[in-house]
Design a protein around this ligand. Structure first.
Ligand code: PMT
Length: 224
């Protein structure tokens, strides 16, 4: 039946915003709530998949039946994604991963003293790029949070990170992107835009995206 199309499939999802520690009480973070990734997890479970959700900062309830792995930093998320990647059929990277982390992480709370605190940052590992290089049978879906030139940046990410699809959301639009219950997305494949969706709940976006991914993978569904 329609609702168990992903039975027997393993789906790996990342969600939420990573936190990069400065000291035991301070970090650099971002506005991702985890809603998009958690909606994907919920929809995939409803379709019968075996779901692992690797979640950075998010205070959302965990959908029943989801195997949850909590992480904090980009580096921890990278480690967990790599650990699960071989055994998965689909990967959805809805997390907002920090591109930079502080070079120094102080072990004790930093005291007020000087007038300025200059923080030096270094690049984190790009998880999507890494799995894009290693992928074999896995179908890899990246996300792109943009405020301009959606198509240009989405296609650039698709090619550079060797993704099968990139889901672009214009985070400057009302009802799209960070922390909203709805999203407005355009989905890109190697030939360009393959699906543009009007504003809808993140759960409905998730369902549409999962179905599209199955079609593009040539997955007949249902434990086949
Ligand atoms: O969590 P919500 O509040 O529901 O918000 C949802 C969302 C806006 C966060 C989500 O829909 C989204 O767009 N997620 C990706 C945001 C993002 O960080 O995009 P990016 O353009 O910086 O990164 C592109 C892709 O590379 C993403 O799939 C990201 O997970 C991945 N990436 C980025 C950096 C890095 N070091 N490793 C990565 O894997």
């Amino acid at each position: 039946s329609q609702h168990l199309l992903l039975r027997g499939r393993k789906v790996l999802i990342t969600a939420g915003g990573t936190r990069e520690r400065l000291d035991p009480v301070r970090y650099l973070g971002n506005d991702s709530s985890g809603k998009m990734g958690f909606a994907l997890a919920e929809a995939a479970v409803q379709m019968g998949a075996e779901v692992t959700l690797i979640a950075a900062a998010s205070s959302l309830p965990v959908p029943a039946g989801v195997h949850l792995v909590r992480v904090e930093s980009a580096q921890e998320m990278y480690g967990q994604v790599m650990q699960h990647f071989d055994q998965t059929d689909y990967v959805f990277k809805a997390a907002a991963v920090a591109d930079y982390r502080p070079v120094v992480r102080e072990m004790k709370k930093r005291k007020k003293g000087s007038e300025r605190w200059v923080i030096e940052l270094e690049r984190t590992t790009d998880i999507l790029e890494t799995i894009g290089k290693q992928k074999q049978h896995q179908f890899v879906v990246g996300f792109a949070a943009e405020t301009e030139a959606l198509e240009h940046y989405a296609m650039d990410k698709l090619r550079r990170k060797n993704c099968d699809l990139v889901v672009a959301n214009d985070v400057s639009q009302e009802g799209a992107g960070f922390n909203s219950d709805t999203n407005i997305v355009s989905i890109y494949g190697e030939e360009g835009c393959v699906l543009s969706l009007p504003m809808m709940s993140k759960l409905e976006v998730a369902r549409q995206l999962l179905k599209l991914a199955m079609i593009r993978k040539g997955d007949q569904g249902g434990g086949a």
